[in-house]
Write a protein that binds this ligand. Structure first.
Ligand code: ZN
Length: 429
């Protein structure tokens, strides 16, 4: 029998979290707010926060957002406006705050990662997260080639270089260093075609540079378990997309397809599909299944490798406008935190800033972010799911003592992600 659908009956059945923390995708400080920000993230988040305010009391709901101030996006926008970055970011922030007030978006705080009230707390929290990841062995220094402007004398990460997208199905002329807005493709910067510097007329060249790389593999088992738990809770396209990454896979050259077919029945349950580069991919339900299959294929002389490309990402940049790194890696002197991990920590910094203004202590943000009875719901842009689901999940899991199982009381809890989907280009791993 279906439960009664009238509002009082539905409300009576509704599970009530102890607290609800709502975030809305943080606009870059690079131009006016557009309708996508308002209608796509801010307005649904506002409705959601007001709803929970009516159900559990507005004092138990916090709705936080702010500008994503750092990174090349703000720097390029300031350059184009002919203003110092600080001044440009301040102007944008004031304009955004005015727009949000005019649309009566009921935020408890609209801050910005570089604002004087936020930056000290934000830097402290970013350092806390990084030190913990480093202690867990999830950060390592690695060299890679990045575009360099010999006339400006600096590297050109992210939006500081533009060129033709290397995805053969796209070829858009305005791709960034390692991703393309037009098709959602992520690529090695060295593959960008016809690169042009945003800083000068010089032709950029590839140079070696060292960065911290985040290794998400130690968190992969718990990440999979967590995403599986969201099957009934997340929209189906988001859930399906996330599982494509989280389910362990392996790959081998399609020349081995016949040999694989002879073994197929003896391998743990899996799905087979064709992968780019004339390869075959097998996807398993869990990591023990993947490991058993790798062993069985190796024993049969069939060379296969686990598909883990998405699990390693550089998380620092050769750019001055950002959060400085904590301490003592000589190879990383003068570099800053990549704007994505910076912006994943930012809503916690906004929470702390907002609570401090109400007289709360510096650790009270944990009542919102680390309590399994509370709920964190993040309304994000459609192309940001990789970061809010996978990178954030791995960073949060990297904060705790061990890696197994889903987080318990006192540990960073997993968020719910609410987004339009799928991202451009489908974004499969
Ligand atoms: Zn493209």
């Amino acid at each position: 029998m279906r439960p009664p659908a009238d509002v009082p009956s539905q409300l009576a059945r509704l599970a009530r979290p102890s607290r609800v923390l709502v975030t809305a995708g943080m606009p870059y400080a690079n131009g006016p707010l557009h309708l996508g920000h308002l209608a796509g993230a801010m307005l649904p988040a506002d409705i959601y926060a007001r709803f929970w305010g009516m159900v559990i009391g507005r004092g138990k709901v916090l709705f936080v957002s702010g500008n994503d101030d750092h990174g090349s996006t703000s720097e390029v926008a300031a350059l184009q406006a002919g203003l110092p970055v600080r001044e440009h970011v301040d102007r944008i922030h004031e304009a955004h705050a005015r727009t949000l007030a005019r649309f009566n978006i009921g935020l408890d705080i609209f801050s910005g990662t570089s604002r004087p009230g936020c930056l000290p707390v934000h830097t402290e929290l970013c350092h806390q997260f990084l030190r913990r990841l480093q202690a867990k062995g999830m950060l390592s220094v690695q060299s890679s080639r990045q575009w360099y402007d010999p006339s400006a004398g600096r590297f050109l990460p992210d939006r500081l270089v533009r060129g033709r997208c290397p995805n053969p199905k796209c070829g858009a002329p305005d791709a960034y260093s390692d991703e393309c807005d037009a098709c959602g493709h992520q690529h090695d910067p060295a593959l960008l075609q016809e690169p042009k510097s945003a800083l000068s007329a010089a032709t950029p060249e590839l140079r070696e540079t060292a960065h911290w790389w985040l290794d998400m593999l130690p968190a992969a088992g718990a990440l999979l378990e967590w995403i599986k738990g969201k099957e009934k809770r997340w929209r189906k396209p988001l859930y399906t997309w996330a599982m494509e990454y989280a389910l362990p896979s392996l790959r081998f050259a399609n020349a081995h397809e016949e040999a694989y077919k002879a073994l197929r029945g003896s391998l743990p349950p899996h799905k087979m599909k064709y992968a780019p580069g004339k390869r075959v991919a097998l996807q398993f339900n869990d990591f023990p299944g993947q490991e058993a299959a790798l062993a069985a294929l190796a024993a049969a002389g069939l060379p296969a490798e686990p598909a883990r490309d998405w699990m390693r990402r550089p998380v620092t940049r050769d750019i001055a406008w950002g959060v400085p790194l904590p301490g003592a890696e000589p190879a990383l002197a003068g570099k800053t935190l990549y704007v994505w991990p910076d912006s994943l920590v930012a809503p916690i910094s906004f929470t702390r800033e907002c609570l401090a203004a109400r007289g709360a202590g510096p650790e009270e943000w944990r009542d919102w972010w680390c309590d399994p009875r509370a709920r964190v719901s993040q309304f994000i842009g459609q192309d940001n799911a990789f970061f809010y689901v996978l990178m954030q999940g791995a960073m949060w899991l990297g904060q705790r003592e061990n890696h197994g199982g889903v987080p318990g009381a006192g540990e960073m809890q997993f968020n719910d992600v609410i987004s339009r989907f799928p991202p451009p280009g489908g974004g499969s791993p």
